[in-house]
Design a protein around this ligand. Structure first.
Ligand SMILES: Cc1ncc(C[n+]2csc(CCOP(=O)(O)OP(=O)(O)O)c2C)c(N)n1
Ligand SMILES: [Mg+2]
Length: 669
């Protein structure tokens, strides 16, 4: 039997050799964390390399994602479908081993990491999901038999960079409050970041900081001692009430005689000469990408993993007998299937709102709809960054989640937009939960990179943004979004909806819930919106992203397209123009992305090429609309910041009126 150090050296060798072969990458972090990882992955982590998607596996997050060769080495060594050839093609096009861990590229990678700090926040979401699901599904029979079918830990590796990032504060503070006892973070305390020794820019009392959050902290652990790491992990697992931070003192680039302990090993290949010296220092005589058979055998976790999963499968079989309905619900939710009758319920809801004809702010309509959806979808878990009432994300039957109340479905995230969004990404990553979050559209920017990560990963996360324009009024320019809609619409894989009334709001929610390929931003007004009359056909076309809402009696010569609060003034303009000799069509376009995905024939039927006099109207930055109006069209938009005044006055001040739209159309003819 080899030593733990020998086994860890396999990671070190693979990391330095792969980075050298790629001529780029980060050898220092994997070499520094190899001993910690050896203990965790071989002895503690509950995982089955043959089935990376088994629902009750432990989750592992490499928050310092630049150390990607650490996780790729671990996946290879423990027996996942990651071959030595895959390691050789580190950072190459089409490989399973991209520069940073990317969800969906590599079996066993739970989340995409690299933007520092966010992996840790995802970990908070993963651990929170476990806690919520455990309380929903775990049961004890009358004769005292426990069925803990949801019972797994979330382990996070994080570095100095992750802890310097503000998002770590937001997420870890909430994790402490919520008492996420199965969240265990191992901090790679190596005193180095890219610019050198962190003593010049990072002198926090990290243990004190996490204790203040309510975490259990295990300070001063020798990250190169397997026994010390083992003992710390045991103490962490023994505490069910608090998340644990294990501070592991390590040496970056451990083993490299000249670059170890320095920023020189952080982000570039060690070089052939230094690699040779490191092999000698580590007593690792094997050629690149070669692991001796004995070591490979000791690393292999396939048998242990299969046993662990089989035990769980057996437990689940018995659970199915004891609790058939819960078991069926667990299977439905983990397989991401909507409940029976979903489509019919939503069709009825659309019809109900069409018939009711109520004028409502879309945020208010959204609040009503959430309440209805929640009755259909127990997997829906909402929340807001301290704006629950304003965002209308809370509903009367909602139950708050707390440390002692894991049976809730509403999360008071506090004023933490970035943390909230990254935590919700973790909830979505876990599976069996459909998260949505809320804030003002303006403060989406605080969360911006987590929104991007939800899109990059194609997560089913729903971002509710209210107070969607200068129409929000009195709070003034700091609170009035201008460029944010364009920002969201140019985010690949993200769908944006800005509905014009309560009926379109139902359609937007339906689309967001049914979407499996990525996240959705739902953008709602603060102010009341008029109800729009629709035929059955028009109502059925909402889900196509854009449709003709008003058609003149004679062939249109002009066309107005609008979204959200501007649809009503655009309708007034289109009707008046049509009555006064300029037959004008009105297109409501609540989701340009969804419309863009329709057949060209449908798109042409809504926006015929022959109509060149096109005006787009939206109380936001106008440039986005240029692609829809063409060279001969025009945009009624806003390329400046707003003003503080009642919303209607601000909108009128910036030219959002039926008269201004009419003038704009006439100018084109
Ligand atoms: C949000 C973000 N900012 C900057 C970077 C670039 N970056 C990658 S690693 C790193 C230094 C991180 O230091 P540490 O976590 O201590 O890593 P170590 O050098 O110890 O491996 C930086 C600034 C990043 N990946 N993400
Ligand atoms: Mg560091």
């Amino acid at each position: 039997m080899s030593t733990a150090r020998d086994r860890a050296n396999a990671i070190r060798a693979l990391a330095m050799d792969a980075v050298q072969a790629a001529k780029s990458g980060h050898p220092g972090a994997p070499m520094g964390m190899a001993d910690m990882a050896e203990v965790l992955w071989r002895e503690v982590l509950k995982h089955n390399p043959a089935n990376p998607n088994w629902p009750d596996r432990d989750r592992f997050v490499l928050s310092n994602g630049h150390g990607s060769m650490l996780i790729y080495s671990l996946l290879h060594l423990t027996g996942y479908d990651v071959s030595i050839e895959d390691l050789r093609s580190f950072r190459q096009l089409g490989s399973k081993t991209p520069g940073h861990p990317e969800r969906g590229y590599t079996p066993g990678v739970e989340t995409t990491t690299g933007p520092l700090g966010q992996g840790l926040a995802n970990g908070v979401g993963l651990a929170l999901a476990e806690k919520l699901l455990a309380s929903t599904f775990n049961r004890t029979t009358a004769d005292g038999r426990s069925f803990d079918i949801v019972d797994h830990c979330t382990y996070v590796f994080a570095g100095d960079g992750c802890l310097m990032e503000g998002v770590s504060h937001e997420a870890c503070s909430l994790a402490g409050t919520l008492g996420l006892g199965k969240l265990i973070c191992l901090y790679d305390d190596n005193g180095i970041s890219i610019d050198g020794p962190v003593s010049g820019w990072f002198t926090d009392d990290t243990p004190g900081r996490f204790e203040a959050y309510g975490w259990q902290v295990i300070p001063g652990v020798d990250g190169h001692s397997a026994e010390a790491v083992q003992a710390a992990l045991a103490s962490a697992r023994a505490n069910p009430d608090q998340p644990t931070l294990i501070c592991c003192k390590t040496t970056i680039g451990f083993g490299s005689p000249n670059k170890g302990g320095t920023a020189g090993s952080h982000g570039s290949p060690l070089g052939d000469e230094e690699i040779a010296k490191t092999r000698e220092a580590l007593n690792w005589p094997y050629p690149p990408f070669e692991i001796p058979a004995e070591l490979s055998a000791e690393w292999d976790c396939k048998v242990r993993g299969a046993d662990a999963e089989n035990q769980w499968q057996q437990l689940f079989k018995e659970y199915e007998l004891a609790f058939p309905e819960l078991a069926a619900e667990f299977t439905r939710r983990t397989s991401n299937t909507l409940p029976a009758g979903w489509s019919a319920s939503l069709t009825a809801l659309l019809e109900e709102y069409q018939n009711a004809g109520k004028a409502l702010a879309s945020r208010q309509a959204s609040g009503e709809i959430i309440s209805r959806l929640s009755a259909l979808l127990p997997e829906l878990v909402g929340g807001s960054a301290d704006l629950s009432g304003s965002n209308n994300t809370i509903w009367p039957e909602a139950q708050a989640v707390g440390a002692l109340h894991p049976d809730g479905n509403y999360i008071y995230y506090g004023v933490r937009e970035f943390g909230m969004t990254a935590i919700a990404n973790g909830l979505a990553l876990h599976g069996a939960i459909r998260p949505f979050t809320g804030t003002f559209l303006m403060f989406m920017e605080y969360a911006r990179n987590a929104v991007r990560m939800s899109a990059l990963m194609g997560l089913q996360n729903i971002h509710v943004y209210t107070h969607d324009s200068i129409g929000q009024g009195e709070d003034g320019p700091t609170h009035q979004p201008v460029e944010q809609l364009t920002n969201l619409r140019t985010t690949p894989r993200l769908n944006v909806w800005r509905p014009c009334d309560a009926v379109e709001t139902v359609g937007a929610w339906q689309a967001a819930i049914e979407r499996t390929e990525g996240p959705t931003a739902l953008v709602f007004s603060r102010q009341t919106l008029a109800h729009q009359a629709r035929s059955d056909l028009q109502r059925s076309q909402i889900c196509q992203g854009a449709y003709v809402l008003f058609e003149p009696e004679t062939a249109p010569v002009a066309l107005i397209m609008a979204t959200g609060s501007e649809v009503e003034i655009a309708r007034v303009a289109a009707v008046r123009l049509s009555e006064n000799g300029v037959p004008t069509r009105l297109v409501s376009m609540p989701s340009a992305e969804v419309f863009s995905a329709q057949s060209l024939a449908y798109q042409a039927s809504v926006l015929p090429e022959s109509i060149r006099a096109r005006v787009a109207v939206e109380a936001g930055h106008g440039d986005y609309w240029r692609k829809w109006v063409g060279l001969e069209g025009n945009v009624v938009g806003l390329n400046e910041y707003g003003e503080s005044a009642p919303g209607a006055d601000v909108l009128a001040h910036f030219g959002f009126s039926a008269e201004a739209i009419e003038r704009c159309v006439k100018e084109l003819l």
